[in-house]
Write a protein that binds this ligand. Structure first.
Ligand SMILES: NC(=O)c1ccc[n+]([C@@H]2O[C@H](COP(=O)([O-])OP(=O)(O)OC[C@H]3O[C@@H](n4cnc5c(N)ncnc54)[C@H](OP(=O)(O)O)[C@@H]3O)[C@@H](O)[C@H]2O)c1
Length: 252
């Protein structure tokens, strides 16, 4: 893609590995200065930072399940750069908790942790980012195909991602008068640590066969669409949720 993001500051949450790391690399490769966010993976995040093209990238930490910490991540980025142009809400957790075989304490804890990281975190970072993003500003939320198909073994995940898609659309309307666009990306399975347990053996073959391409997405294929969503010409696509699932699930 020849369009560039020079002079723009992007905060990418959960950029210590997986899809977030690929997004950070894509955005930096197109000229953005990137705040690489992590929670526990400081060493991984430092390694990602070291691979980014260009100058002036920044490391920022915080548990997005904690509202004040979510606020702190945005504010630390703005304090460092003096501006914010792009927020990518990518951080998330996937924990299995089948309703019929999960004990009560684990059920409650998983709902709280999953909604905290996957839905409330993005809501709170967006709240603070909206106070700093200007005309042309962008919020990109990493949702999931699971929001549409359901997640029988991880219902909190499916519910959180459905909520995140709806948050995307609500904020698209609410923030448009400020010139801020809000888009979502809904990947199917992607080759990362989060998906790895589901991609082994016969079960993995079945997952790949969900797509007529007979494979799952690479992190770079997801990062490509995040880059597109961040480009100035994508502003009017605000409110769109872009499927990146290899035609494994089609919705009209
Ligand atoms: N992989 C897939 O198949 C797939 C499919 C559809 C959608 N997605 C979505 O894509 C996004 C990235 O997934 P991934 O596969 O790249 O995941 P991953 O490899 O497990 O990485 C998750 C990232 O999120 C961060 N994180 C998790 N909980 C956090 C919290 N409470 N506060 C702050 N940061 C937190 C982790 O930080 P630390 O490691 O530093 O703790 C890590 O950087 C997620 O939103 C996921 O739901 C993934």
């Amino acid at each position: 893609m020849s369009a560039r993001l020079d002079g723009r500051v992007a905060l990418v949450t959960g950029a210590s590995r997986g899809i977030g790391a690929a997004i950070a690399r894509r955005l930096a490769g197109h000229g953005a200065q990137v705040a690489v966010h992590h929670r526990r993976g400081a060493e991984d995040a430092r390694a990602v930072l070291a691979t980014l093209e260009g100058e002036g990238h920044f490391l920022v930490a915080g548990d997005l399940g904690d509202p004040e910490s979510a606020r702190g991540v945005v504010e630390a980025t703005v304090d460092h750069y003096g501006r914010l142009d792009v927020l990518v809400n990518n951080a998330g957790v996937f924990v299995q908790h089948p309703p019929l075989s999960t004990d009560w304490d684990a059920w409650v804890a998983t709902w709280n942790d999953t909604l905290g990281a996957n839905l409330l975190g993005p809501a709170h970072t967006s709240y603070w980012a909206a106070r700093h993003l200007g005309e042309g500003g962008r919020i990109v939320n990493i949702g999931s195909r699971g929001a549409y198909r359901g997640e029988p073994n991880a219902p909190a995940y499916g519910a959180a991602k459905a909520g995140l898609h709806q948050l995307t659309q609500s904020l698209a309307v609410a923030l448009a008068p400020r010139g801020i666009s809000v888009l979502g990306i809904a990947p199917g399975f992607v080759e990362t640590a989060m998906a790895r347990p589901h991609l082994q053996g016969a079960a993995g073959d079945a997952v790949r066969a969900q797509s007529p391409f007979d494979r799952v997405a690479t992190v770079d294929e997801v990062a490509y669409w995040v880059l597109c969503a961040c480009m100035p010409d994508a502003a009017f696509a605000s409110g769109a949720i872009i499927d990146v699932n290899g035609a494994s699930y089609l919705r009209s």
